[in-house]
Design a protein around this ligand. Structure first.
Ligand code: ZN
Ligand code: MN
Length: 476
């Protein structure tokens, strides 16, 4: 039997506020265990939460960039469950009246455009973290993460392949980063993705029983987990067995999913209105002010690059596809007369170094302005291709300015016509056969002379000058 998979996502994203959602403790990542907590976020009896205004502003921004309706009235609920990383034994969240409802995000996957519907986005607090010490066989609780503001984005079951899931997740990351509300560092857990997944016979309009995949800590792991889970469910149904509704975890080492617990339904959490936090009613003006404060989003940036700078759609997509690289590019073009040249060297040589792992986009050791200067030297024939690469390598390791490096390593093109003539005359004299070949009409050997001259001159002359001189000499 052939089956058709259907998936929905729940994405948790930590907001980039300075303080936590209900207290003034720092919300930044890390810190010595249990040094960023207070009686409020540790859930001691008698404490009262105070809602962080910035967190509310950020979820509204998230709602706008995902085309949601923003509720004019929103309230808070307690989600009750006991877990060692949740000292209050309940999480403050939103059940029936979340801030954002009914949105959508368009993606491109498997070469096709597709619209993914967003069911809701709500605001809640993060739980702490358990650190398991396998050797001593103990678990330690770190409450630093307790109370960091989270948004939970819940989609409709609109996904039918792992590729669609990945494309959507990447798009959400971009939107949140550009909106400035989450840094989306999956390796630090600031964005997490759970996948609900079921399969049904092809053509059937009834959904099968779903399982939930949790703790997917990279997109590569998510893709493998989805494929493994579809396979597992297919085998079960083929054997005439049933899929059980449960939460499963992906084991990266074995490539298999394993059961964690049977999946709860909403009523298991005994949600009830939180009596400590009053509901919020937004005015139209408040919402409008927040919408107007949104920064430039990826689509607008793409259009600016294409329309104002004249760079190709492909190059623009590569640059905009990473917010940090796009910010770097904006910094570069602010001083550069040719945004087009910067774009091609960025998408070419710079991205090659990124892919080789030589440059970390999160931590570029030189400024966009210095990169712009380097491309200018290259395109105005002050540095040869090869020497520009040498300068870039040195910029990566020392962060120094390109002109200082080129001075020190003696890499500038000198346009020393005498040296040029002497070198090429010698090459031609030493290769009479090839020269004869060229003169009798075989243009292919021209490249041979170019190569030899480039090598001998080591960037001391521009390719154009070398080319002209060789051509002149050979047609004498
Ligand atoms: Zn606190
Ligand atoms: Mn949640």
């Amino acid at each position: 039997m052939r089956y058709y998979p259907t998936m929905g996502l729940e994405i948790h994203a930590e907001l980039l506020t300075d303080s936590k959602i209900f207290c003034t403790c720092s919300a930044s990542f890390g810190g010595e265990p249990n040094t960023r907590c207070c009686p409020v976020c540790c859930g001691l009896p008698g404490t009262l939460p105070v809602l962080n205004r910035r967190a509310v502003e950020y979820i509204i921004k998230a709602g706008y960039v995902m085309n949601c309706d923003i509720s004019r009235f929103t309230k808070w609920d307690r989600k009750n469950y006991f877990y060692p990383d949740l000292p209050k034994a309940y999480q403050i969240s939103q059940m029936p009246r979340p801030v954002c409802l009914d949105g959508y995000v368009d993606i491109t996957a498997d070469g096709a455009e597709k619209r993914i519907r967003i069911n809701r986005i709500h605001l809640e607090e993060d739980a702490g973290k358990l650190v398991h010490d396998e050797e001593q066989r103990i678990s330690l609780a770190d409450y630093n993460r307790c109370g960091i503001p989270l948004i939970e984005i819940v989609t409709e079951p609109d996904f039918h392949s792992a590729e669609e899931v990945t494309a959507f997740f990447e798009k959400i990351k971009l939107l949140l980063q550009y909106a400035g509300i989450c840094d989306c560092r999956m390796e630090q857990g600031s964005i997490r993705c759970d996948v609900n997944i079921s399969i049904a016979p092809e053509g059937s309009d009834v959904l099968g029983t779903r399982t939930e995949l949790k703790n997917l800590n990279s997109m590569r792991a998510a893709e493998r987990a989805i494929k493994a889970e579809i396979e597992r469910q297919t085998e079960l149904l083929d054997k005439g067995e049933k899929v059980i509704q449960q939460t499963r975890r992906f084991n990266d080492a074995t490539g298999e999913t394993v059961a964690m617990r049977s999946k709860e339904d909403a009523h298991d959490y005994r949600y009830f209105p939180d009596p400590d936090i009053p509901p919020i009613v937004f005015t139209e003006q408040e919402l409008e002010d927040i919408r107007a404060s949104l920064p430039e989003m990826p689509q607008q940036r793409m259009e600016r690059y294409i329309n104002e700078y004249g760079i190709s759609g492909n190059d623009a997509a590569v640059i905009v596809g990473n917010k940090r690289i796009s910010d770097f590019y904006d910094d570069a073009v602010s001083v550069c007369p040719s945004p087009k040249n910067v774009a091609s060297y960025l998408v070419g040589e710079f991205m090659r170094r990124v892919n080789l792992g030589e440059i970390d986009p999160d931590n570029i050791p030189f400024s966009g302005r210095d990169f712009a200067k380097l491309t200018e030297y290259l395109y105005s024939d002050k540095l040869s291709q090869n020497n520009a690469k040498l300068v870039l390598t040195e910029m990566i390791s020392s962060g120094r300015a390109p002109e200082a490096i080129a001075d020190e390593m003696d890499l500038w093109i000198k346009e020393d016509t005498e040296l040029l003539a002497r070198t090429i005359d010698e090459i031609i004299a030493n290769n009479p056969k090839a020269a004869e070949q060229y003169r009798s009409g075989d243009q292919k050997v021209f490249g041979f002379f170019m190569g030899k001259a480039n090598k001998a001159l080591k960037g001391a002359a521009s390719p154009k000058a070398i080319q002209e001189y060789i051509r002149k000499k050979l047609s004498e």
